[in-house]
Design a protein around this ligand. Structure first.
Ligand code: COA
Length: 169
């Protein structure tokens, strides 16, 4: 994948060059409540892992930009979890850009790519029980509850969507 475009958004693979922006995105208390914050070093390490995943598996997390201005407003993409043997979709947007449907729009395009091009059978979404905004995104996309689990020491509900349950945008 080089880029994915939707009506309002452009998704491109994240690289080391996004480290400063990644730190700023997660520094906001409302944004990091369920996903945690990052020091510069932690962000550099995470971005390095993301780049490796793109190289090794052909998928990873993307920066989401507004097509109208080129501004980076969030991140969305696929993450392979070795410990679960599952591919998860993630979505995190800067606070100023919530409530506009960007997360759902970006996620629909990522799911269409994951199911249609990568031919994945199932994609999960691991969401803390109290994260109502994220659970609402999952519900809008057709995800259903699969199991309770723990990810990075935090409890979560694992939601899942199968390829034949997904209606392409
Ligand atoms: C999770 C998160 C991405 C959800 O963001 P969001 O803006 O609520 O979700 P969407 O982008 O899908 O937007 C949906 C909202 O936009 C509204 N909206 C406005 N214009 C819209 C449009 N043109 N199209 C669609 N929806 C629109 C919808 O009505 C909905 O509002 P509501 O929540 O009041 O019902 C955001 O809360 C976030 O970044 N949280 C912090 C990080 C995090 O926890 N990530 C998830 C970890 S599991």
């Amino acid at each position: 994948m080089s880029v994915i475009t939707t009506e309002r958004l452009r998704l491109r693979p994240l690289t080391d060059a996004d480290t400063d922006w990644w730190v700023r995105l997660h520094a906001d208390e409302e944004v990091n409540r369920f996903v945690g914050g990052y020091t510069q070093e932690q962000a550099a390490a995470r971005l390095h892992e993301i780049q490796q995943q793109w190289d090794r598996r052909g998928h990873g997390l993307c920066a989401v930009e507004l097509r109208s201005t080129g501004q980076v407003v969030g991140r969305c993409g696929l993450n392979w979890w070795e410990q679960f043997g599952e591919t998860e979709i993630g979505w995190t947007f800067a606070r100023a850009h919530w409530g506009r449907g960007y997360a759902t729009e970006a996620a629909r395009a990522v799911l269409a790519w994951g199911f249609g091009v990568l031919r994945l059978q199932q994609i999960t979404a691991m969401i803390h029980h109290d994260n109502t905004a994220s659970s609402a995104v999952a519900q809008r996309l057709g995800f259903t509850r699969l199991r309770e689990d723990t990810v990075l020491g935090r409890p979560c509900t694992v939601h899942a969507l199968a390829r034949d349950e997904f209606s392409s945008p």
